[in-house]
Design a protein around this ligand. Structure first.
Ligand code: NAD
Length: 276
């Protein structure tokens, strides 16, 4: 199975579909990430705050897959925003992952009440210059946060990883990013299972018509929308299912029906007001 790659604004490329490990228990992470690598995933999305970077690293090491065939993302946690604290956090993540570099390092949340995301961004620029990460990006950044880092630095983020699923399609923020050359990574691509997405008619009808599962229809909608995704599952069958979305296409009517599900329904925290 060939997963398409997307070229980012810094010239690097990223597999459009990866595997996310939010809420994967540290003790289960090596086994579950190994299942994902066996199923063909080559892109793993973790974060310092997930507490499972060691398990991700062990799965990478035991896989025997050459480092340059893997794409690994981790993220700077909010309380480590700053200069020296961010340098230290990066080193600790690399140590836990057992890697010399990651492919993508993200500021996890703008955490505006700390007012340190611009300083952190300048640190990420230095981390990239030092070879500790190939690309740098942000997560959960709203327009004002993006404007500030773009105006205050010499690097436009390669990606913005934001909550995005059919009932929270984020069209306006996506267009804002796109216009600046920033690629969207959609977190919670299946709505984190927090609403009854799979039985909604556009999903169920497209699943019946294509012979694919509702989850595959939603993930296919994400891919055709142009988003980078990394759905999470602990189940080997579903892990394989979520990558098996490149042998069918949603037609224009099916895409339009999926687009009609947008209801501004956020299931996670609002980045402007989150107090963590
Ligand atoms: P998700 O939308 O991937 O949903 C995961 C849920 O969907 C799980 O409960 C799982 O049981 C269910 N599921 C998965 N595959 C299924 C299938 N084939 N059929 C039926 N149910 C299925 O939510 P997520 O894990 O929160 O998001 C994906 C990744 O995004 C995370 O693992 C993490 O890497 C990243 N993320 C980032 C942030 C951020 O702030 N940057 C926040 C949340 C998640």
């Amino acid at each position: 199975m060939t997963v398409p790659t997307i070229t980012l604004n810094d010239g690097t490329s990223i597999p459009q579909v990866g595997f996310g490990v939010f809420l994967v228990e540290p003790d289960d992470t090596q086994r579950i990430v190994s299942d994902a690598l066996d199923a063909g995933y080559r892109h793993i999305d973790t974060a310092a705050i997930y507490g499972n970077e060691i398990g991700v690293g062990r799965a990478i090491e035991t896989s025997g897959i050459p480092r340059d065939e893997l794409y690994i993302t981790t993220k700077l946690w909010n309380s480590d925003q700053g200069t020296q604290s961010a340098f230290d956090a990066m080193d600790l993540s690399l140590e836990k992952l057992g890697l010399d570099y990651v492919d993508l390092y993200l500021i996890h949340w703008p955490s505006p009440h700390r007012d340190r995301y611009l300083e952190s961004w300048l640190t990420l620029e230095q981390l990239r210059a030092d070879g500790k990460t190939r690309s740098i990006g942000v997560s959960n950044f709203q327009k004002a946060h993006l404007d500030r880092v773009i105006e205050g630095s010499s690097t436009v983020p390669a990606v913005n990883q934001i909550e995005l699923h059919p009932a929270f399609a984020q069209r306006e923020l996506s267009a804002y990013n796109r216009a600046r050359g920033i690629h969207i990574e959609a977190w919670g691509p299946l709505g984190q299972g927090k609403y009854d997405l799979f039985s909604m008619p556009p999903v169920a009808v497209a699943a019946a018509a294509t012979g694919k599962t509702p989850a595959q229809v939603v993930l296919r909608w994400q891919v055709q929308t142009g988003n980078i995704i990394f759905p999470k599952s602990n189940n080997a069958g579903r892990i394989a299912e979520n990558l098996d979305i490149f042998d069918f296409e949603l037609d224009d009517d099916q895409m339009a029906a999926m687009d009609s599900l947008d209801a501004g329904r956020r299931v996670g925290a609002n980045p402007d007001t989150a107090d963590f």
